[in-house]
Design a binder for this molecule. Structure first.
Ligand SMILES: Nc1nc2c(c(=O)[nH]1)N[C@H]1C(S)=C(S)[C@@H](COP(=O)(O)OP(=O)(O)OC[C@H]3O[C@@H](n4cnc5c(=O)[nH]c(N)nc54)[C@H](O)[C@@H]3O)O[C@H]1N2
Ligand SMILES: Nc1nc2c(c(=O)[nH]1)N[C@H]1C(S)=C(S)[C@@H](COP(=O)(O)OP(=O)(O)OC[C@H]3O[C@@H](n4cnc5c(=O)[nH]c(N)nc54)[C@H](O)[C@@H]3O)O[C@H]1N2
Ligand SMILES: [Mo]
Length: 771
């Protein structure tokens, strides 16, 4: 008997709201996490799974990319990590009976929560041309279907290969090799919707698109830690332990966020006695309730204040650093000088006193780290905003020394590693040269499609094969209704997945679902039990090895699926030894070592406890590999987000009970929402002004040049968010985000700033559970 049989779908009727929580984690947090694991995995499998989470020789937590402290035998574990593990370790299965019982049309009406609750995918299934059902198919036949469709293309750019950031380095390296051997750079990935803006801003200004701090910089050295546009209590819970450690040695913390997130206020560390019975550690010393999208104006005002203070005293800026290592300060300063305080106030919603309080924190601190996540990256002006933060760090030499630097906190556990392995539609020529030389072929040079461009190409009928290794392309991307229509028009879609999700139920005309092993499971190949590697948010590369028996006998590893397909496509005489790669992943790593800089002696260095750290010239030696060899100050033009009368700026966020499009449960405990998800948080003053009562049922309507988009039947929750702003959960709100509403340069969907109006939900409207 399967433990915890899946529930019927939910309809939000039971939704209720309590006041937000004052402290994060503590014992209730851990109990919630454990309950999920034991409910889904059973007690024995559950204990076994959690004991080896994030430990040397164990598997890397699929929860997030926050680094593990390099201390063997600690129990690095958090509530949301436990939920991520439970999702994978569940004993429920989706097999042939399931697909026979449920036509695709019916599955498409189910919520993301329901789909995920059905359990692990147990066998490959195929939907033949426009059929109503998926049916089992053998692996060989599945590879034949894909190979034949690929062979029918006029041009390799009619295929696109998506990756989500849970894919291991080994699988990612082979996947991009496969795509490039086929002749395309169409390698869209989740990062296009995530930290693309950070990578773009950092590579332009400091010469490396990755964060420049280590965990020790935060725990042991930083005097001030600024957490901007990030909700670590939910999305990176282990970061709270690091912030607590910093706090206890006297570091100061500033939170900049339109929402007063619980996790930034007080933390009760469940792994310490004081966290179990005490009041917990207060985290943020200063909280700035910034208006959505106001960060660039804020940092410009701060940078202006710092330069002006320096003109008075001469000791606020790090003149030696600026002189020796940077360029462009004069142009940036000209922009700051021209700032209009009224524009700053309108953009940020903050008073001069609040900005001054921040400037005082900064000038009092010998070293500053700025951490950020999606609150900065998913805006039209995301790239210039992050460049402005680099300006801020450069002014006081806060880069390349202990306790200082830029810390984009990555999402998926290996999203940074996938990029390092070449999952990018725009890999530089040096990488392509080395790849081509290693494997004896000429990789395509023309840039490929990112996520948004893949969708555009699908809409125009230019994609014949869409393949995804992991992720949930249909639900994670913007403009859901148009996206679904685009996906349905593709001749063949292929999803390599662990669990059922929305992408499978809006299939292409023909569609395959190929089930794979998860992180937690033993990966046994001809050459024995395999380990894979991942790279965390702070550039540490280490191993991950599952220990649970595979969820079903037919599952294959991602590596084996990619190699199986490649052998079918390229034949057995290929210059790439696909079969040997599957048998022993060390043979893949020996190639990575030759192609990817920083991976020399890969296998040997993996043996070190905790793995090894990739080189990062700005962090390691204050060397900036930009064209001029200097870090660059940039002149950025701020733009006030104009909000017509009666409208709000909607940001789309995660609840405490989800991992992106995977919905673990229906509570957002810290924000006080229970048993439902279709809520919209609005400031009480705005509700009064708009004459909408707290608790009212509303539709969210977004307005764009090509017309309106609607998401119906949300409940209004009066909440202390910054005035003029609203927040609601993703993916329910993705139908509201126009495909063309993207960040400049990075092309990331601007899903944190969608102009909406609230309309009363018509009384007859059914309450939809799916989008
Ligand atoms: N449990 C769990 N863990 C996760 C995930 C998950 O879904 N669940 N997802 C993973 C992934 S892929 C990612 S990328 C990360 C995401 O981690 P986060 O970025 O923390 O996730 P979001 O929920 O999008 O939260 C965005 C935060 O930015 C704030 N914000 C929004 N707009 C603005 C703005 O204009 N300015 C400022 N200053 N703040 C703003 C919001 O109020 C919110 O606190 O988490 C990763 N970890
Ligand atoms: N409106 C709005 N949209 C957003 C965001 C937002 O804040 N607001 N955030 C964006 C961000 S930051 C991101 S990263 C994207 C996320 O986009 P994706 O990465 O595409 O989405 P996920 O929900 O993380 O993918 C979940 C699916 O991955 C599969 N999976 C899980 N583990 C494995 C595994 O080990 N192997 C394989 N092959 N499959 C596995 C399961 O089938 C599961 O259903 O969404 C983006 N979309
Ligand atoms: Mo992400």
């Amino acid at each position: 008997m399967t433990k915890g049989a899946p529930k019927d779908d939910y309809d939000d009727a039971a939704l209720h709201v309590r006041p937000p929580k004052a402290a994060a984690a503590g014992v209730p947090g851990v109990l919630h996490g454990l309950r999920d694991v034991f409910d889904q995995a059973g007690v024995r499998r559950g204990v076994r799974t959690l004991r080896i989470l994030n430990q040397h020789g164990g598997f890397d937590c699929p929860g997030c990319a926050w680094p593990e402290p390099n201390r063997p035998h600690t129990f690095e574990f958090c509530e949301n990590g436990a939920k991520a593990v439970a999702e994978e370790a569940t004993t429920r299965r989706v097999g042939a009976d399931f697909f026979a019982a449920h036509p695709i049309g019916e599955l498409a009406t189910k919520s993301d929560y329901w789909l995920g609750q059905q359990g692990r995918l147990a066998m490959p299934v195929f939907r033949d041309t426009d059929a109503d059902h998926y049916r089992p198919i053998s692996w060989d036949d599945a590879f034949n279907v894909i190979a034949e469709e690929l062979a029918s293309m006029d041009d390799p750019d009619q295929a696109a290969f998506y990756t989500s950031g849970r894919t291991s380095n080994e699988a990612a390296f082979l996947y991009q090799l496969f795509a490039r051997k086929l002749g395309t750079n169409n390698l869209p990935d989740c990062s296009n919707m995530c930290h693309e803006s950070s990578g773009a801003a950092l590579s332009e200004t400091i010469g490396v698109g990755k964060g420049s701090v280590t965990l020790g910089d935060i725990t042991d050295h930083a005097e001030l830690i600024v957490v901007v546009g990030q909700n670590p209590g939910t999305n990176h819970p282990r970061m709270l332990s690091a912030l607590e450690t910093a706090k206890q040695r006297g570091a100061r913390i500033v939170a900049i966020n339109p929402l007063p997130e619980t996790g930034l206020r007080t933390f009760k560390n469940p792994q310490k006695p004081s966290g179990v019975i005490g009041k917990g550690t207060p985290l943020a010393d200063l909280y700035l309730p910034i208006r959505v999208g106001g960060d660039m104006a804020f940092f410009q005002a701060v940078n202006r204040a710092l330069t002006e203070a320096d003109q008075r005293t001469g000791d606020v800026l790090d003149h030696a650093f600026i002189e020796q290592h940077t360029s462009g300060l004069d142009d940036a300063r000209a922009v700051w000088r021209a700032l209009d305080p009224a524009d700053v106030a309108a953009s940020t919603g903050l008073s001069q006193r609040q900005i001054d309080a921040f400037v005082d924190e900064v000038t009092a601190a010998g070293s500053v780290v700025v951490c950020w996540a999606m609150g900065l990256t998913q805006h039209k002006k995301a790239v210039p905003t992050i460049r402005e933060i680099v300006n801020f760090l450069l002014l006081r030499g806060n880069i390349g020394r202990p306790g200082a630097g830029a810390c984009p906190v990555r999402g998926h556990s290996n999203v940074q590693g996938d990029r390092t392995m070449g999952i990018w539609e725009r890999m530089p020529d040096e990488f392509l040269d080395r790849l081509g030389a290693e494997f004896g072929f000429d990789p395509p040079r023309e840039h490929g499609y990112d996520t948004v461009d893949t969708l555009r190409a699908m809409q125009d009928g230019r994609i014949r094969v869409f393949m995804a290794v992991g992720g949930n392309f249909a639900a994670a991307t913007p403009d859901s209704e148009r996206t679904a229509a685009a996906l349905r028009s593709v001749p063949l879609t292929v999803h390599v997945s662990t669990k059922l999700n929305r992408s499978h139920v809006v299939p292409g005309r023909r569609s395959l679902i190929l089930p794979c092993l998860g992180r937690t499971e033993v990966d046994l190949q001809a050459g024995g039990s395999q380990v894979v590697t991942v790279e965390d948010s702070m550039s540490t590369v280490h191993t991950s090895q599952g220990t649970l028996p595979p969820a079903a006998p037919e599952l294959r590893s991602e590596v084996s699926i990619i190699c199986g397909l490649a052998r079918r496509v390229f034949g057995d005489g290929d210059t790439v030894p696909w079969e040997a790669f599957t048998a022993d992943y060390r043979t893949i790593r020996s190639r990575i070592a030759r192609v990817v800089p920083g991976f020399e002696d890969f296998e040997e260095r993996l043996a070190q406890p905790g793995g090894f750290v990739l080189p990062h010239p700005p962090r390691d030696e204050r060397r900036f590999p930009t064209p001029e060899g200097r870090a660059r100050f940039t002149a950025n033009e701020a733009e006030l987000i104009r909000v017509p009368e009666g409208r709000l700026i909607l940001q789309t966020i995660r609840s405490h009970d989800q991992f992106n499009t995977t919905i673990y449960g229906l509570d957002d405990r810290y924000r006080g929402v229970h048993d439902g998800r279709r809520v919209v948080f609005v400031n009480r003053d705005d509700l009064e002004r708009l004459d909408i009562p707290d608790g009212a049922p509303v539709d969210l309507v977004s307005e764009w040049s090509d017309g309106e988009r609607r998401a119906s039947a949300f409940r209004v929750v009066a909440y202390p968010t910054a005035p003029g702003c609203a927040a609601a959960y993703y993916p329910e709100t993705n139908p509201l985000v126009p495909l063309d509403h993207t960040a400049e340069i990075s092309n990331t969907p601007a899903s944190k700033s969608v102009i909406v109006r609230l309309e009363p939900t018509p009384a007859t409207s059914p309450s939809p559970t799916s989008s």
